[in-house]
Write a protein that binds this ligand. Structure first.
Ligand code: NAP
Length: 253
């Protein structure tokens, strides 16, 4: 029987999509999971599914871009579940527009949730990881980091998160903490469904069009991403740090 103590994982934006699948996967891997999203009620369904499968989870409400909310959420998680050993920076939003139509509010919202959010969450959990001499930080970047029409704000944030990740790896490695980014291509979630709606096509049509350009000829699922996060959050990935793992059904150029 394993004597490894149950570690605590925090997944942001875990009410649905990639975050929910990741929270469930990390619970199945044996972690106690804090399901963090904008409000406690929205995480309840993810928590229910984890509990139904025999796991332990806590719904926590916080806006990752708000310093006070982040600090109190992490304090509550440490008190109720235990010190966080895994952080998955997943919470995200889109505010797509061509540059000449992009408002300052569109720019700031995307930058605040992705960049400020990952910074605040990581800063809040790292002290627990340093004390324990162990930690795993996995941050959701995107294939859009390589540039994508209509996403100047999002591409800049997702590319920024890659630099953030590499810096964390350099600073925190000596404390037994690894930091990596997972960069998905097209994943079928409410986020991509909303993009289809904005384009005025059905989600099915959008997925078919995108799949035709993906070498494996299908779009990704939240579980495809959760699988990659599970590896990077696990005990056995301790010599993998500062990397960006594209989960996109093929190479990107
Ligand atoms: P999603 O379905 O839109 O889910 C995002 C979750 O984040 C929602 O539950 C949302 O809550 C929450 N959230 C938004 N702002 C937040 C904030 N300030 N604080 C806390 N939670 C917040 O998105 P997804 O498709 O699963 O994407 C998850 C991550 O993967 C994002 O970082 C995204 O950029 C990245 N990604 C996705 C794809 C893709 O194809 N889907 C590709 C590459 C990268 P509300 O519902 O209340 O807004």
């Amino acid at each position: 029987m394993s004597t490894t103590p149950q570690r605590v994982a925090v997944v942001t934006g875990a009410a649905r999509g990639i975050g929910a699948a990741t929270a469930e996967r990390l619970a199945a891997d044996g972690h106690a999971v804090a399901v963090l999203d904008l409000d406690t009620a929205s995480g309840a369904e993810t928590v229910r599914r984890i509990a139904e499968n025999g796991g332990r989870a806590l719904a926590v409400g916080a806006d990752v871009s708000d310093e006070r909310q982040v600090e109190s959420a992490v304090a509550r998680i440490a008190e109720e579940l235990g010190p966080p050993a895994v952080l998955v920076n997943n919470a995200g939003v889109l505010r797509d527009n061509l540059l000449f139509r992009m408002t300052v509010a569109d720019w700031d919202t995307v930058s605040n949730v992705h960049l400020r959010g990952a910074f605040l969450m990581t800063r809040a959990v790292q002290k627990h990881m340093v004390d324990a001499g162990h930690g795993r930080v996995v941050t959701l970047s995107s294939s859009s980091a390589l540039g994508n029409r209509g996403q100047a704000n999002y591409a800049a944030a997702k590319a920024g998160l890659q630099g953030f990740t590499k810096t964390l790896a350099i600073e925190l490695g000596r404390f037994g903490i690894t930091a990596n980014a997972v960069a998905p291509g097209f994943i079928a979630t409410e986020m991509t469904a909303a993009t289809a709606a904005r384009m005025g096509i059905t989600f099915e049509e959008f997925q078919e069009r995108c799949a035709a350009d993906i070498p494996v000829r299908r779009v990704g699922t939240p579980d495809d991403v959760a699988e990659a996060v599970s590896f990077l959050a696990g005990e056995r990935s301790g010599f993998v740090s500062g990397q960006v793992l594209y989960v996109a059904g093929g190479p990107l150029c």
